[in-house]
Design a protein around this ligand. Structure first.
Ligand code: 6PG
Length: 478
């Protein structure tokens, strides 16, 4: 029989997805630029299911059941275009090309448009969960036509992770670039989550006086509560690990410069274009970038500042509880911002993304999987038109209960000279949103002063300008 799906690009993500399809009973055609890799995959894992190894693009396409489903698992960017150029001429109307890389959603929109003219469905899909997820069940965020979802959906549902209630962690996100856009924001949130965890660790160590092994225990405990999540779990494991060569805590021997491949940066770039305040994600991207400026850091090393005084005993334990509150409250803010950005993208590109569905498919399989996502799913299910996560009664209550401790932690960070940009930015966002009046009034007045940019009044309709250079009379500028 012919193959149900083909995978081209057999690096680790492609190989693992191919094996996942095969283990779920699908016949999988395999293709790679260099055939040795295809042969190795069949030699090592051929007994896991039904594979059809092919060498030429023509044989690969010929091995597929029609309408064909062809998954591209190559590097995002030009390599993806090159593969599409190679395969598109061999395909027919109704066939589906799936791009499972971390593509920029604008590229996905372009590719979808170009291939649509040929009658080919192009599905840009986010896939999260790393190598392990690809093999055993990732969270899958496909975009593309509704028709392509008809043909692809059941297979993706089968290979995806399942939430605790049994539902698959995949769903149609919306047309063209919607899937890759949602994955991009997923990664932005991933950056923010990681940054907040890093700040919590730093504070527990410098202010709380705890060792990495003790902090591992604290995270381990947090992971049994409302912070229960994959990232907290792996943090505990990393912090409990000692370096083989030196016997020192592993976290102390890793160079303190965090790298990035681009999805977090894209999230912030797009947020700036759409006017969405994703300050938590932005601080996370900047924190990574700052860490990489070794020269600037060396030059600033001797600048004065306080040295955090480590707490002891019950005081340290009380502080750890406060950090948990600050982390949880800041996490609510990051997700509020991330979901705002998804809504804004959906509005701009007319995707009709269902935010509750996004939260639901992030409950398992992906890097940001967490018990917390169950709560967000419930919030959007109860009220699909929720203006913001902070308008959900439960989240509002929790953040309200956390805010005293949150402030204490941000204050302790400032007093102790410990950078906590994620915690502080989240708190500033919270306070700005809830403020009755913002100093934006003054900003707008300044704009009117130096550039006659006009202003509106709080007490009546209209557009006005004050003659600042003259007699300071207010004139109608409408
Ligand atoms: C995932 C991850 C995955 C990848 C990130 C890492 O969802 O499985 O997000 O896509 O690990 O792109 O991003 P950085 O290299 O930028 O940290």
């Amino acid at each position: 029989g012919k193959a149900d799906i083909g995978v081209t690009g057999l690096a680790v993500m492609g190989s693992n997805l191919a094996r996942n399809f095969a283990r779920n009973g699908y016949t999988v055609a395999l293709h790679n630029r260099t055939a040795a890799r295809t042969r190795a995959l069949v030699a090592d894992h051929g007994d896991e299911g039904s594979f059809v190894a092919t060498e030429s693009p023509e044989d690969f396409v010929a091995a597929l059941e029609r309408p064909r489903r062809l998954m591209v698992m190559v590097k995002a960017g030009e390599p993806t275009d090159a593969v599409i150029r190679q395969f598109a001429p061999l395909l027919e109307e109704g066939d589906v090309i799936i791009d499972g890389g971390n593509a920029h959603f604008e590229d996905t929109r372009r590719r979808e448009r170009e291939l649509r003219e040929q009658g080919i469905h192009f599905v840009g899909t986010g896939i999260s969960g790393g190598e392990e997820g690809a093999l055993n069940g990732p969270s899958i965020m496909p975009g593309g036509s509704a028709e392509s979802w008809q043909s692809l959906g059941p297979m993706l549902e089968k290979i995806s992770a399942k939430a605790q209630d049994g539902s698959p962690c995949t769903a149609h996100m919306g047309p063209d670039g919607a899937g890759h856009y949602v994955k991009m924001v997923h990664n932005g949130i991933e950056y923010a989550d990681m940054q907040l965890i890093a700040e919590a660790y730093d504070l527990l160590r410098s202010v709380g006086g705890y060792s990495p092994a003790q902090i591992a225990e604290i995270f381990h405990t947090w992971n049994t509560g409302r912070l229960d999540s994959y990232l907290i779990e792996i943090t505990a494991e990393v912090l409990a690990h000692d370096d083989d060569a030196t016997g020192r805590p592993f976290v102390d021997i890793v160079l303190d410069q965090a790298e990035q491949k681009g999805t977090g940066r894209w999230t912030v770039q797009i947020a700036l274009d759409l006017g969405v305040p994703v300050s938590g994600i932005a601080e996370a991207v900047f924190a990574r970038s700052l860490s990489g400026h070794r020269d600037l850091r060396d030059a600033a090393h001797g600048l004065p500042g306080p040295r955090a005084k480590a707490l002891h005993g019950a005081e340290a334990a009380a502080f750890a509880d406060k950090v948990e509150q600050a982390l949880y409250a800041s996490k609510i803010v990051s997700y509020t911002q991330g979901f705002h950005q998804i809504q804004a993208g959906s509005d701009t590109y007319d995707w009709g993304v269902d935010l509750g569905r996004v939260a639901a498919i992030w409950r398992n399989g992906c890097i940001i999987r967490a018990a917390f996502l169950d709560r967000i799913t419930a919030a959007y299910r109860a009220r699909p038109d929720l203006p913001s996560l902070l308008s959900d009664r439960h989240f509002a209550e929790e953040i309200g209960a956390a805010q005293d401790d949150w402030r204490a932690v941000v204050a302790a960070a400032a007093a102790g000279g410990v950078p906590a940009p994620g915690f502080s930015a989240a708190l500033a966002y919270y306070d700005a949103l809830r403020a009755e009046r913002l100093p934006a009034a003054l900003t707008q007045a300044q704009r009117d002063f130096f550039g006659a940019h006009t202003y509106r009044r709080a007490d009546r309709d209209g557009v006005f300008h004050t003659l600042w250079g003259g007699d300071r009379r207010e004139v109608d500028a409408g």
